[in-house]
Design a protein around this ligand. Structure first.
Ligand SMILES: Cc1cc2nc3c(=O)[nH]c(=O)nc-3n(C[C@H](O)[C@H](O)[C@H](O)COP(=O)(O)OP(=O)(O)OC[C@H]3O[C@@H](n4cnc5c(N)ncnc54)[C@H](O)[C@@H]3O)c2cc1C
Length: 337
């Protein structure tokens, strides 16, 4: 266990945060030892992956940071139609995507370039370009901080939803995800439904796309739209896209004719939060070093020396003005610590 450990390079907002206690978890023994220590029982805890979906409010975290660093992946089942791949929770998500694309194993190519670690992917059921992690999820192994035992969670038990799972609800902070198993297909099954991917492929004259073409398309689209945290601190989408009842959607549509929305097929619509933030005039806004990205209003950024509270304060102002204009309360996607 290390004391007074800097987390500046372990959160993509680039906030200058120090933790009073820090442990790098590389094995089951590491976690067992940390979880049974005296200090653990009396301390606040934070389970940390790549730090790409968190916002620290304060510059000092008084408690134990468990940094999950279990690496590597292996194929544990090889069927004529699919494989089951078991991955360490600390493995870089995008490195896994690339390894699977190289082997032509289908399922997660649309989730290329999402920052962070494999262990965090089930927490909010990461998603992009028409695909969610749950679509390829098999099961996971989690360390129970109450019983000190490993438990298996299948898809049903994870209760995945839109940017949601049991680990953000009733199981929050009880389990540490150690390994994730994904079920990937051997037969070509590409998801090209998402508009931008189709456009990219046709602009580049790719008529019969391969799995690498799709991954490359996603990477190119993302790079053209989203800020790279290495260049400017951010945690991707700050808010979730709100899901509203059709009646409310119809009402809003009468008032705002250009309101976009995607039906979920069950009398609900998902409205792009970025559109609402842009409509309330926040795109490109900057207050000190806290700001709203100038290409994607859903992304809040740290231009350099912003504090967590400044970024959070800006988020709350945005939430308030969206509520005033549209009557909808945006819910943060980013975990506030
Ligand atoms: C530029 C950018 C683009 C992004 N684009 C997308 C996108 O397209 N789609 C999307 O869904 N997300 C996106 N994100 C958000 C983020 O990349 C994902 O949520 C990612 O899964 C977070 O991984 P992480 O390892 O960084 O998690 P962290 O930020 O370290 O942690 C996130 C949460 O998970 C918990 N946690 C982490 N690891 C474990 C574990 N092993 N066991 C238990 N709990 C754990 C943490 O306590 C915390 O509550 C983006 C972020 C950025 C910066």
């Amino acid at each position: 266990m290390q004391r007074y450990y800097s987390l500046k390079n372990l959160n993509t907002f680039g906030l200058n945060v120090t933790a009073s206690h820090y442990v790098s978890v590389e094995s089951l023994d590491d976690i067992d030892q940390a979880a049974r220590s005296e200090i653990f029982a009396s301390s606040k805890r934070l389970i940390l992956g790549g730090g790409s979906n968190i916002l620290f409010l304060d510059d000092f975290f008084s408690g134990i940071v468990l940094h999950i660093n279990l690496q590597g992946w292996e194929i544990i089942e090889d069927d004529p139609d699919f494989v089951i791949v078991k991955v360490g929770a600390g493995h870089e998500w995008d490195a896994l995507v690339n390894a699977m694309v190289e082997r032509e194993l289908y399922g997660i190519e649309n989730l290329a370039l999402i920052p962070g670690k494999v262990g965090a992917a089930p927490i909010q059921n990461i998603g992009a370009y028409g695909v969610e992690m749950k679509d390829s999820f098999h099961r996971l192994h989690a360390y129970d901080l109450q019983t000190h035992k490993i438990e298996i969670f299948d898809k049903e038990r994870c209760d995945f939803g839109y940017r949601n799972s049991i680990f953000k609800q009733q199981a929050k902070e009880r389990y540490i995800i150690m390994w994730v198993e994904l079920k990937l297909k051997k037969n070509a099954e590409l998801n090209l439904d998402y508009g931008n991917i189709k456009d990219y492929l046709s602009e580049n004259n790719i008529r019969n796309p391969t799995i690498s073409d799709v991954r490359d398309a996603v990477v190119a689209i993302r790079q053209s739209k989203l800020p790279d945290p290495v260049e400017i601190g951010n945690a991707g989408s700050f808010f979730k896209n709100p899901v509203v009842h059709q009646l409310l959607y119809d009402d809003l549509k009468r008032e705002f004719h250009d309101l976009p929305g995607y039906t979920n097929g069950n009398s609900t619509y998902k409205i792009p939060a970025g559109w609402m933030i842009e409509k309330t005039g926040w795109k490109g806004f900057r207050e000190g070093d806290a700001g709203v990205h100038n290409k994607q209003a859903l992304v809040l950024v740290n231009h350099g020396k912003a504090t967590g509270r400044e970024i959070f304060g800006l988020a709350m102002k945005i939430q308030q003005s969206v509520r005033k204009k549209f009557g909808i309360t945006l819910e943060p996607e980013v975990n506030i610590i």
